[in-house]
Write a protein that binds this ligand. Structure first.
Ligand code: 13P
Ligand code: SF4
Length: 334
């Protein structure tokens, strides 16, 4: 019986047996060269994946890199919406993601039909959506933003412009407080990782480490943001940890970022902020962490699973991402 693509991808990833005794890292680097592929990895990936990537970054940085990538294959070690964004921006490349199960609870908290209804109920509002959304949501959006440029994008809109922001209620509320934009309605979505941090446990940690600074991603809830010494995107938190004179940090975002923080500042102490309830005591995004070196190897070898998209949807979604990139370039946001 011939084994087809559907059989290989039944589980959402290539579950082919891997030759015993091979050095996965070396084989991935070899395949990458042979196939003229580039590996993009988000900061939330495991350290061993970040270490084989050609580019590591936050969502904005990776979107920019994906748009300009010239390799035949872009392998996205991240979650589905990130790979989809790469395909939207660079449709002539083959974009692969090692496991289609790498979703995002925040993107899932915004079903397109309900969001479209919400948009239609607010006809005179500019729709600004966080990049953690499906292509269908991006197609309903005027301007995409990431946590690196959200404040600047909102501040760039005329003061009397009504805004509809989605899907993250925490980022939306943070922006509303920072910009004072009262005319802003916010979709009620959230990320399960960033809503899990325990204020009590962080305050207990602060007692043990009184000099530690608390670095917080804006997707966290308000009580966590209130005790933050610095709030920012993953790359902003990384930069802060590098340049600030403090030697101890409590990190309230996905724990993968700590890999780069430790690499940049080996003598500093980085403590993952504890979640309310977790058996591992860490803050892993279970979607990010479905990507493994084994799946990357098989994905490159078989060039599967591929991200495909309807062309009309792609073009409609691209408008809102282009709007973000244009504003970010104009405002020189890194
Ligand atoms: P960044 O925009 O900081 O990369 O965050 C992406 C993300 O998924 C946050 O949970
Ligand atoms: Fe989505 Fe949250 Fe995971 Fe980021 S950390 S990819 S927002 S589920």
């Amino acid at each position: 019986m011939k084994i087809g693509k559907e059989d290989i991808l039944k589980e959402g990833f290539v579950n082919a047996e891997i030759e015993k005794g091979i050095n996965l890292r070396d084989e991935i680097l070899k395949l990458k060269k042979e196939k003229n592929a580039v590996i993009l990895a988000h900061f939330y990936q495991d350290g061993e994946i970040q270490d084989i990537a050609d580019h590591i970054g936050d969502s904005l940085q990776l979107a920019r890199i994906a748009a300009k990538a010239e390799a035949d294959i872009i392998l996205f070690a991240g979650v589905h919406f990130m790979a989809e964004t790469a395909k939207i921006l660079n449709p002539n490349r083959t974009v692969i993601i090692p496991d289609l199960n790498a979703g995002c609870s925040l993107a899932d908290s915004c079903p397109p039909d309900e969001f479209e209804k919400f948009v239609n109920e607010h006809p005179d509002h500019v729709v600004v959506s966080y990049v953690n959304t499906t292509a269908k949501i991006k197609a309903l959006t005027d301007i995409i933003c990431t946590s690196s440029n959200a404040l600047e994008i909102i501040n760039d809109l005329p003061e009397d412009q009504k805004i509809l922001f989605g899907p993250d209620r925490n980022l939306g509320n943070y922006i509303k407080t920072q910009t004072g934009r009262e005319d802003m309605v916010i979709w009620d979505g959230a990320c399960h990782v960033h809503e899990e941090f325990s204020l009590e446990a962080i305050l207990d940690l602060k007692k043990e480490h009184p000099n530690a600074k608390v670095l917080v991603h804006p997707e966290c809830e308000k009580p966590i943001r209130i005790i933050a010494d610095h709030i920012g995107s993953t790359s902003a938190l990384l930069n802060y940890s590098k340049t600030d004179s403090c030697n101890e940090f409590i990190i309230a975002t996905e724990s993968g970022i700590i890999h780069q923080m430790k690499k940049a500042s080996p003598d500093k102490l980085f403590i993952p902020a504890p979640p309310k309830d977790s058996t591992c005591g860490c803050n892993d995004c279970n979607f990010m962490k479905v990507i493994t070196l084994e799946k990357i190897y098989n994905s490159l070898k078989y060039e599967l699973p591929v991200i495909n998209m309807d062309e009309d949807l792609r073009l409609q979604a691209k408008k809102s991402i282009d709007a973000m990139l244009e504003i970010s370039d104009r405002l020189k946001i890194k």
